[in-house]
Design a protein around this ligand. Structure first.
Ligand code: ADP
Ligand code: MG
Length: 355
Protein backbone atom coordinates (compact mmCIF):
# COMPACT_ATOMS: atom_id res chain seq x y z
CA UNK A 1 0.00 0.00 0.00
CA UNK A 2 2.89 2.32 0.73
CA UNK A 3 4.00 1.86 -2.85
CA UNK A 4 0.63 3.09 -4.10
CA UNK A 5 0.81 6.10 -1.92
CA UNK A 6 4.29 7.02 -3.10
CA UNK A 7 3.21 6.53 -6.71
CA UNK A 8 0.40 9.02 -6.06
CA UNK A 9 2.81 11.58 -4.68
CA UNK A 10 5.10 11.13 -7.64
CA UNK A 11 2.25 11.49 -10.11
CA UNK A 12 1.42 14.87 -8.60
CA UNK A 13 5.08 15.91 -8.81
CA UNK A 14 5.42 14.89 -12.42
CA UNK A 15 2.44 16.88 -13.50
CA UNK A 16 3.83 19.88 -11.67
CA UNK A 17 7.23 19.57 -13.23
CA UNK A 18 5.62 19.30 -16.62
CA UNK A 19 3.54 22.40 -16.16
CA UNK A 20 5.38 24.44 -13.57
CA UNK A 21 8.93 24.33 -14.84
CA UNK A 22 8.01 24.24 -18.49
CA UNK A 23 9.69 27.40 -19.74
CA UNK A 24 10.06 25.59 -23.03
CA UNK A 25 6.45 24.53 -23.59
CA UNK A 26 4.58 25.79 -26.63
CA UNK A 27 2.08 27.56 -24.44
CA UNK A 28 4.79 29.55 -22.68
CA UNK A 29 6.37 30.53 -25.97
CA UNK A 30 3.07 31.77 -27.30
CA UNK A 31 2.28 33.82 -24.23
CA UNK A 32 5.78 35.25 -23.83
CA UNK A 33 5.20 38.42 -25.83
CA UNK A 34 4.02 40.46 -22.88
CA UNK A 35 6.63 39.32 -20.38
CA UNK A 36 10.35 39.95 -20.39
CA UNK A 37 12.61 37.52 -22.19
CA UNK A 38 14.82 37.34 -19.13
CA UNK A 39 12.22 35.94 -16.72
CA UNK A 40 11.04 33.54 -19.36
CA UNK A 41 14.40 31.85 -19.77
CA UNK A 42 15.20 31.93 -16.07
CA UNK A 43 16.22 28.51 -14.74
CA UNK A 44 14.47 27.31 -11.60
CA UNK A 45 16.33 25.99 -8.58
CA UNK A 46 14.62 22.81 -7.46
CA UNK A 47 15.26 20.30 -4.70
CA UNK A 48 13.72 16.96 -3.75
CA UNK A 49 13.48 16.31 -0.03
CA UNK A 50 12.14 13.33 1.91
CA UNK A 51 10.70 14.56 5.19
CA UNK A 52 7.46 14.36 7.21
CA UNK A 53 7.12 10.83 5.85
CA UNK A 54 6.64 12.06 2.30
CA UNK A 55 8.40 13.16 -0.87
CA UNK A 56 8.62 16.92 -1.29
CA UNK A 57 9.78 19.23 -4.06
CA UNK A 58 10.72 22.87 -3.52
CA UNK A 59 11.21 25.09 -6.58
CA UNK A 60 12.11 28.78 -6.72
CA UNK A 61 12.88 31.21 -9.55
CA UNK A 62 14.90 34.40 -9.40
CA UNK A 63 18.28 35.62 -8.27
CA UNK A 64 17.80 34.30 -4.75
CA UNK A 65 16.31 30.98 -5.82
CA UNK A 66 19.10 28.89 -4.31
CA UNK A 67 18.99 30.79 -1.05
CA UNK A 68 15.21 30.38 -0.86
CA UNK A 69 15.30 26.63 -1.55
CA UNK A 70 18.03 26.12 1.07
CA UNK A 71 16.05 28.12 3.61
CA UNK A 72 12.93 26.10 2.79
CA UNK A 73 14.77 22.83 3.31
CA UNK A 74 16.05 23.95 6.70
CA UNK A 75 12.58 25.07 7.68
CA UNK A 76 11.03 21.73 6.67
CA UNK A 77 13.61 19.89 8.76
CA UNK A 78 13.17 22.23 11.72
CA UNK A 79 9.38 21.81 11.71
CA UNK A 80 9.59 18.04 11.22
CA UNK A 81 11.90 17.75 14.25
CA UNK A 82 9.46 19.86 16.28
CA UNK A 83 6.16 18.29 15.26
CA UNK A 84 6.76 14.67 14.26
CA UNK A 85 4.97 12.09 16.39
CA UNK A 86 7.30 9.54 14.78
CA UNK A 87 10.31 10.80 16.70
CA UNK A 88 10.38 10.53 20.51
CA UNK A 89 12.46 13.71 20.73
CA UNK A 90 9.96 16.06 19.08
CA UNK A 91 8.18 18.68 21.14
CA UNK A 92 4.85 17.01 20.41
CA UNK A 93 6.08 13.53 21.42
CA UNK A 94 7.49 14.95 24.66
CA UNK A 95 4.18 16.67 25.34
CA UNK A 96 2.30 13.42 24.67
CA UNK A 97 4.63 11.52 27.03
CA UNK A 98 4.43 14.10 29.82
CA UNK A 99 0.71 14.90 29.45
CA UNK A 100 1.42 18.61 29.67
CA UNK A 101 3.93 21.12 28.36
CA UNK A 102 4.73 24.63 27.29
CA UNK A 103 4.87 24.91 23.52
CA UNK A 104 7.24 26.91 21.33
CA UNK A 105 5.90 29.41 18.82
CA UNK A 106 5.12 27.13 15.86
CA UNK A 107 3.53 24.34 17.89
CA UNK A 108 1.49 26.90 19.82
CA UNK A 109 0.26 28.48 16.60
CA UNK A 110 -0.66 25.05 15.23
CA UNK A 111 -2.51 24.01 18.38
CA UNK A 112 -4.52 27.22 18.47
CA UNK A 113 -5.40 26.95 14.76
CA UNK A 114 -6.31 23.26 15.24
CA UNK A 115 -8.66 24.15 18.09
CA UNK A 116 -10.25 26.91 16.01
CA UNK A 117 -10.85 24.49 13.11
CA UNK A 118 -12.15 21.87 15.54
CA UNK A 119 -14.77 24.31 16.80
CA UNK A 120 -15.69 25.59 13.35
CA UNK A 121 -16.22 22.08 11.98
CA UNK A 122 -18.17 20.73 14.97
CA UNK A 123 -15.34 18.40 15.89
CA UNK A 124 -14.75 16.86 12.44
CA UNK A 125 -11.12 18.02 12.68
CA UNK A 126 -9.66 16.83 15.97
CA UNK A 127 -5.99 16.50 16.90
CA UNK A 128 -6.88 14.14 19.78
CA UNK A 129 -7.55 11.25 17.36
CA UNK A 130 -3.94 10.09 17.83
CA UNK A 131 -4.71 7.16 20.20
CA UNK A 132 -7.25 5.99 17.59
CA UNK A 133 -4.61 6.26 14.85
CA UNK A 134 -2.37 4.07 17.04
CA UNK A 135 -5.12 1.55 17.70
CA UNK A 136 -5.72 1.12 13.95
CA UNK A 137 -1.97 0.70 13.45
CA UNK A 138 -1.50 3.76 11.23
CA UNK A 139 1.37 5.05 13.36
CA UNK A 140 3.57 1.96 13.08
CA UNK A 141 2.04 0.08 10.13
CA UNK A 142 0.96 -2.77 12.42
CA UNK A 143 -2.54 -2.52 10.97
CA UNK A 144 -5.53 -4.05 12.74
CA UNK A 145 -9.28 -3.51 12.99
CA UNK A 146 -10.13 -2.65 16.61
CA UNK A 147 -13.25 -4.08 18.23
CA UNK A 148 -16.24 -1.85 18.93
CA UNK A 149 -15.57 -2.00 22.66
CA UNK A 150 -11.94 -0.97 22.16
CA UNK A 151 -13.10 1.96 20.06
CA UNK A 152 -15.79 2.93 22.58
CA UNK A 153 -13.19 3.03 25.37
CA UNK A 154 -10.90 5.26 23.29
CA UNK A 155 -13.73 7.53 22.15
CA UNK A 156 -14.51 8.36 25.77
CA UNK A 157 -11.11 10.00 25.96
CA UNK A 158 -11.17 11.61 22.51
CA UNK A 159 -12.15 15.23 22.02
CA UNK A 160 -10.44 18.62 21.87
CA UNK A 161 -12.92 19.87 24.49
CA UNK A 162 -10.96 17.76 26.99
CA UNK A 163 -7.73 19.62 26.22
CA UNK A 164 -6.78 22.47 28.52
CA UNK A 165 -5.10 25.15 26.38
CA UNK A 166 -3.77 28.32 27.96
CA UNK A 167 -2.98 30.60 25.02
CA UNK A 168 -1.29 33.25 27.19
CA UNK A 169 1.39 30.90 28.48
CA UNK A 170 1.19 28.51 25.47
CA UNK A 171 0.67 25.64 27.89
CA UNK A 172 -1.30 22.59 26.85
CA UNK A 173 -2.54 19.99 29.32
CA UNK A 174 -3.94 16.76 27.88
CA UNK A 175 -6.86 14.91 29.41
CA UNK A 176 -6.26 11.45 30.91
CA UNK A 177 -5.27 9.01 28.15
CA UNK A 178 -5.04 11.72 25.49
CA UNK A 179 -2.32 12.33 22.92
CA UNK A 180 -2.26 14.79 20.02
CA UNK A 181 -1.16 14.58 16.41
CA UNK A 182 -0.75 17.67 14.23
CA UNK A 183 -0.35 15.53 11.07
CA UNK A 184 -3.65 16.85 9.69
CA UNK A 185 -2.35 20.44 9.45
CA UNK A 186 1.45 20.31 9.74
CA UNK A 187 2.14 20.15 6.00
CA UNK A 188 -0.14 23.09 5.21
CA UNK A 189 1.52 25.13 7.94
CA UNK A 190 4.94 24.16 6.57
CA UNK A 191 4.06 25.19 3.02
CA UNK A 192 2.73 28.49 4.37
CA UNK A 193 6.02 29.09 6.17
CA UNK A 194 7.88 28.39 2.92
CA UNK A 195 5.80 31.07 1.18
CA UNK A 196 6.94 33.51 3.90
CA UNK A 197 10.57 32.54 3.24
CA UNK A 198 10.04 32.97 -0.52
CA UNK A 199 8.72 36.42 0.24
CA UNK A 200 11.71 37.28 2.47
CA UNK A 201 14.10 36.03 -0.23
CA UNK A 202 12.17 38.01 -2.82
CA UNK A 203 11.96 35.14 -5.31
CA UNK A 204 10.10 35.94 -8.53
CA UNK A 205 7.97 32.81 -8.32
CA UNK A 206 8.06 29.44 -6.66
CA UNK A 207 6.20 26.40 -5.55
CA UNK A 208 6.35 23.57 -3.08
CA UNK A 209 4.78 20.15 -3.31
CA UNK A 210 4.62 18.27 -0.02
CA UNK A 211 3.42 14.76 -0.82
CA UNK A 212 1.01 16.06 -3.42
CA UNK A 213 -0.08 19.06 -1.33
CA UNK A 214 0.87 22.08 -3.39
CA UNK A 215 1.46 25.73 -2.47
CA UNK A 216 2.41 28.25 -5.17
CA UNK A 217 4.06 31.64 -4.81
CA UNK A 218 3.09 34.28 -7.33
CA UNK A 219 2.49 33.19 -10.89
CA UNK A 220 4.77 31.22 -13.19
CA UNK A 221 7.86 33.12 -14.40
CA UNK A 222 6.14 34.01 -17.67
CA UNK A 223 3.24 35.53 -15.77
CA UNK A 224 0.76 32.76 -16.50
CA UNK A 225 -1.06 30.81 -13.80
CA UNK A 226 0.25 27.61 -12.26
CA UNK A 227 -1.54 24.48 -13.45
CA UNK A 228 -2.13 22.04 -10.61
CA UNK A 229 -3.57 18.59 -11.14
CA UNK A 230 -6.22 17.19 -8.83
CA UNK A 231 -5.58 13.47 -8.58
CA UNK A 232 -8.23 11.00 -9.66
CA UNK A 233 -9.00 9.15 -6.38
CA UNK A 234 -9.65 5.96 -8.35
CA UNK A 235 -6.38 5.93 -10.24
CA UNK A 236 -3.11 7.46 -9.07
CA UNK A 237 -1.89 7.71 -12.67
CA UNK A 238 -4.79 9.95 -13.70
CA UNK A 239 -5.97 13.40 -12.84
CA UNK A 240 -9.60 14.34 -12.27
CA UNK A 241 -9.03 17.95 -13.31
CA UNK A 242 -6.66 20.90 -13.38
CA UNK A 243 -6.75 24.11 -11.36
CA UNK A 244 -5.10 27.25 -12.71
CA UNK A 245 -4.14 29.44 -9.78
CA UNK A 246 -1.64 31.90 -8.31
CA UNK A 247 -0.55 32.54 -4.70
CA UNK A 248 -2.43 29.79 -2.94
CA UNK A 249 -2.38 26.36 -1.40
CA UNK A 250 -4.11 23.43 -3.11
CA UNK A 251 -4.36 20.64 -0.57
CA UNK A 252 -6.06 17.28 -0.97
CA UNK A 253 -7.18 14.69 1.54
CA UNK A 254 -8.26 11.35 0.20
CA UNK A 255 -8.93 7.89 1.49
CA UNK A 256 -6.52 6.54 -1.15
CA UNK A 257 -3.46 8.20 0.39
CA UNK A 258 -2.77 5.76 3.20
CA UNK A 259 -4.76 2.63 3.83
CA UNK A 260 -4.78 -1.10 4.45
CA UNK A 261 -7.14 -3.85 3.42
CA UNK A 262 -8.58 -6.62 5.51
CA UNK A 263 -11.21 -9.18 4.50
CA UNK A 264 -12.04 -7.21 1.38
CA UNK A 265 -12.62 -3.92 3.22
CA UNK A 266 -10.37 -0.88 2.84
CA UNK A 267 -9.51 1.12 5.95
CA UNK A 268 -7.91 4.54 5.45
CA UNK A 269 -6.13 7.04 7.66
CA UNK A 270 -8.70 9.81 8.10
CA UNK A 271 -10.63 9.09 11.26
CA UNK A 272 -14.15 10.30 11.97
CA UNK A 273 -13.79 11.50 15.58
CA UNK A 274 -17.46 10.73 16.24
CA UNK A 275 -17.12 7.00 15.43
CA UNK A 276 -13.40 6.32 15.87
CA UNK A 277 -13.46 4.64 12.44
CA UNK A 278 -12.15 5.72 9.04
CA UNK A 279 -14.52 8.41 7.76
CA UNK A 280 -17.17 7.00 5.44
CA UNK A 281 -19.00 10.11 4.30
CA UNK A 282 -19.44 9.30 0.62
CA UNK A 283 -16.45 11.41 -0.48
CA UNK A 284 -13.28 9.96 -1.94
CA UNK A 285 -11.32 13.21 -1.98
CA UNK A 286 -11.52 16.83 -0.90
CA UNK A 287 -9.23 19.49 -2.40
CA UNK A 288 -9.12 22.86 -0.68
CA UNK A 289 -7.88 26.01 -2.44
CA UNK A 290 -6.94 28.82 -0.06
CA UNK A 291 -4.24 31.42 0.50
CA UNK A 292 -3.97 30.02 4.04
CA UNK A 293 -2.06 26.70 3.94
CA UNK A 294 -2.87 25.71 7.52
CA UNK A 295 -6.57 26.29 6.98
CA UNK A 296 -6.49 24.44 3.64
CA UNK A 297 -4.87 21.39 5.23
CA UNK A 298 -7.16 21.33 8.27
CA UNK A 299 -10.27 21.77 6.15
CA UNK A 300 -9.26 19.12 3.62
CA UNK A 301 -9.30 16.60 6.46
CA UNK A 302 -12.41 18.04 8.14
CA UNK A 303 -14.60 18.32 5.03
CA UNK A 304 -13.61 14.77 4.04
CA UNK A 305 -15.05 13.64 7.39
CA UNK A 306 -18.13 15.87 7.06
CA UNK A 307 -19.30 14.65 3.65
CA UNK A 308 -20.72 16.63 0.72
CA UNK A 309 -23.80 18.16 2.35
CA UNK A 310 -22.11 19.43 5.50
CA UNK A 311 -19.04 20.48 3.49
CA UNK A 312 -21.23 22.53 1.13
CA UNK A 313 -23.03 24.17 4.03
CA UNK A 314 -19.69 24.96 5.67
CA UNK A 315 -18.35 26.48 2.44
CA UNK A 316 -21.43 28.68 2.06
CA UNK A 317 -20.66 30.21 5.43
CA UNK A 318 -16.92 30.64 4.74
CA UNK A 319 -16.74 31.25 1.00
CA UNK A 320 -14.39 34.21 1.50
CA UNK A 321 -11.76 31.94 3.07
CA UNK A 322 -11.50 29.01 0.66
CA UNK A 323 -12.86 27.07 -2.31
CA UNK A 324 -13.15 23.33 -2.72
CA UNK A 325 -13.28 20.46 -5.21
CA UNK A 326 -15.31 17.52 -3.86
CA UNK A 327 -15.04 14.11 -5.53
CA UNK A 328 -17.68 11.64 -4.39
CA UNK A 329 -17.32 7.85 -4.18
CA UNK A 330 -19.44 7.55 -7.33
CA UNK A 331 -17.03 9.83 -9.21
CA UNK A 332 -19.21 12.96 -9.19
CA UNK A 333 -17.07 16.11 -9.20
CA UNK A 334 -18.38 19.31 -7.58
CA UNK A 335 -16.53 22.63 -7.56
CA UNK A 336 -17.43 25.76 -5.59
CA UNK A 337 -18.17 28.84 -7.68
CA UNK A 338 -15.04 30.77 -6.67
CA UNK A 339 -12.87 28.34 -8.66
CA UNK A 340 -15.37 27.07 -11.25
CA UNK A 341 -13.77 29.31 -13.91
CA UNK A 342 -10.23 28.11 -13.24
CA UNK A 343 -11.06 24.40 -12.99
CA UNK A 344 -11.05 22.23 -16.10
CA UNK A 345 -11.73 18.56 -16.48
CA UNK A 346 -12.35 15.88 -19.10
CA UNK A 347 -15.26 14.80 -16.91
CA UNK A 348 -18.50 16.70 -16.38
CA UNK A 349 -18.60 18.61 -13.09
CA UNK A 350 -21.19 20.61 -11.21
CA UNK A 351 -20.78 24.05 -9.66
CA UNK A 352 -21.73 24.65 -6.04
CA UNK A 353 -23.04 28.20 -5.72
CA UNK A 354 -24.18 30.46 -2.92
CA UNK A 355 -27.93 29.92 -2.88
P1 ADP B 1 -2.23 13.68 4.57
O1 ADP B 1 -1.47 14.47 5.58
O2 ADP B 1 -2.00 12.21 4.66
O3 ADP B 1 -2.14 14.22 3.18
P2 ADP B 1 -4.55 14.76 5.87
O4 ADP B 1 -4.15 16.18 5.76
O5 ADP B 1 -5.99 14.48 5.63
O6 ADP B 1 -3.76 13.82 4.91
O7 ADP B 1 -4.18 14.32 7.31
C1 ADP B 1 -4.36 13.02 7.75
C2 ADP B 1 -3.60 12.90 9.03
O8 ADP B 1 -4.21 13.69 10.04
C3 ADP B 1 -3.62 11.48 9.55
O9 ADP B 1 -2.48 10.78 9.14
C4 ADP B 1 -3.66 11.69 11.05
O10 ADP B 1 -2.35 11.91 11.51
C5 ADP B 1 -4.45 12.94 11.21
N1 ADP B 1 -5.90 12.78 11.31
C6 ADP B 1 -6.68 11.72 10.93
N2 ADP B 1 -8.00 11.99 11.14
C7 ADP B 1 -8.04 13.26 11.64
C8 ADP B 1 -9.12 14.11 12.06
N3 ADP B 1 -10.38 13.74 11.99
N4 ADP B 1 -8.78 15.33 12.54
C9 ADP B 1 -7.49 15.74 12.60
N5 ADP B 1 -6.46 14.99 12.23
C10 ADP B 1 -6.71 13.76 11.76
MG1 MG C 1 -5.26 17.83 6.18
Amino acid sequence: MRKDWIAGALAACLLLTGCGAGAETANDTETSAGSSAQTNTEEPVSKEIFSMDTYMTVTAYGENGQKAVDAAEQEIERLDALLSTGSADSEISKLNAAGTGQLSEDSAELVSRALEINEGTDGAFDITVYPLMQEWGFTDEAYRVPSDSELAALLEKTGSDRLDWDADSSTLALGDGQAIDLGGIAKGYTSGRIMELFDECDVTSGMVSLGGNVHVYGSKPDGSKWRIGVQDPENSEDIAGVLEVTDCAVITSGGYERYFEQDGTTYHHIIDPSTGKPADSGLSSVTIVSADGTLADGLSTALFVMGADRATEYWRQHADEFDVVLIADDGTISVTEGIADVFSSDHPFETISQQ
